[in-house]
Ligand binder design. Structure first.
Ligand code: ADP
Ligand code: ADP
Length: 234
C-alpha cells in the first residue's frame, strides 16, 4: 500500500497568451521508507511537482492520494491541515526565523496543533533536535549558526510533526561540498531509521544515492535508460 500515489498528473499554467504544460502524465507511487529523488534540467517541472506533492499547488488533471486519501476535493483549510499533518519541508535557503531561537523554530509547526501540552511539545522538539545532532544548540539563534547547522535545524523542524513524507528542495544548494555531504548523510541516516524522503537535486552524485530517481524532461517522466538528448532517442 503506497503512502503517496500520483496518477496521470498534469499541470498547465495559463497566462494571457501562453499555455505552459509544466507537467504531463506523471505517474508514480512512493512506499513507506523509500528515498526518492527528482532530477532533471532547469525548467523541467521539478518545483511544480514538489509543490503538488507538498499540497501547495493542485494538479490541473489527475489524482494525488496520501495514505489512500484523495486530495482533489479538499478545500483550502482541509488542504492546510493535511499539509501540516503529513508533509515536512526542507528548503535550499533553510528559512529559519531569525528572531526565534533554535528551539522556537523547531517548535513552530507544533504550535498550530492544540492537542499537545507544553511538556509534550518540549519532548518532541528535543527528540527532533537530537536526531539531527543539534540538541546542544537549542538556545542559539540563526545568526550564530553556520549554514550546515541551520540546515540541520531546518531538518529537525521538518521532522517534528512526524510527517508521512519529507520533501527536500535542493537542500544542499546553499552549502559548500563538505556541509552538503553532511546534510545528505543526515538524510540517509533518517531514511535508514524509517523516514520517507523525496528530494529534488541538480547534483547527480546525490541523486544517485536515492533508492529511485524520477527523471523529468519537459514535464514528462523519462526512463533512466533513455538518453537525455532528444535527438539521441531515435
Ligand atoms: P524546475 O523546477 O525543474 O526548474 P519548474 O517546475 O519551476 O521547473 O517549471 C516548469 C515549467 O513551468 C517552466 O516552463 C516554468 O516556466 C513554468 N512555470 C512554473 N511556474 C509557473 C507559473 N506560476 N506560471 C507560469 N508558468 C510557470
Ligand atoms: P557554512 O560553513 O555552513 O557554509 P558559513 O560559514 O557561511 O556556513 O556561516 C554562515 C554564517 O554564520 C556566516 O555569516 C558566519 O559568519 C556565521 N557563523 C558561523 N558560525 C558561527 C558562530 N559559531 N557564531 C556566530 N556566527 C557564526
Amino acid at each position: 500500500h503506497p503512502i503517496i500515489s500520483l496518477q496521470n498528473v498534469g499541470k498547465i499554467f495559463r497566462t494571457d497568451e501562453i499555455e505552459t504544460h509544466a507537467l504531463s502524465e506523471i505517474q508514480f507511487d512512493i512506499k513507506e521508507g523509500e528515498f526518492i529523488s527528482i532530477a532533471g534540467p532547469s525548467g523541467c517541472g521539478k518545483s511544480t511537482l514538489l509543490s503538488i506533492l507538498g499540497l501547495l499547488d493542485v494538479p490541473t488533471v489527475g489524482s494525488y492520494r496520501i495514505n489512500g486519501e484523495s486530495t482533489e476535493d479538499l478545500d483550502l483549510d482541509q488542504r492546510a491541515l493535511l499539509r501540516c499533518k503529513s508533509i515536512g519541508f526542507v528548503f535550499q535557503a533553510f528559512n529559519l526565523i531569525g528572531d526565534l531561537s533554535v528551539f522556537e523554530n523547531v517548535e513552530l509547526p507544533l504550535t498550530y496543533r492544540n492537542d499537545l501540552s507544553r511538556e509534550a511539545r518540549k519532548r518532541k522538539v528535543e527528540t527532533a533536535l537530537e536526531k539531527v545532532g543539534m540538541a546542544h544548540r537549542q538556545r542559539h539563534f540563526r545568526g550564530q549558526l553556520s549554514g550546515g547547522q541551520q540546515q540541520r535545524v531546518a531538518v529537525a523542524r521538518a521532522l517534528v510533526c512526524e510527517p508521512t513524507l519529507l520533501l527536500a528542495d535542493e537542500p544542499t544548494g546553499n552549502l559548500d561540498s563538505k556541509n552538503g555531504e553532511a546534510v545528505i548523510q543526515l538524510l540517509n541516516e533518517l531514511n535508514e531509521q524509517g523516514t520517507t524522503i523525496c528530494m529534488v537535486t541538480h547534483d547527480t552524485r546525490y541523486a544517485d544515492l536515492a533508492d529511485r530517481v524520477i527523471q523529468l524532461f519537459d514535464g514528462k517522466m523519462v526512463d533512466e535508460q533513455i538518453p537525455m538528448h532528444p535527438m539521441a532517442a531515435n
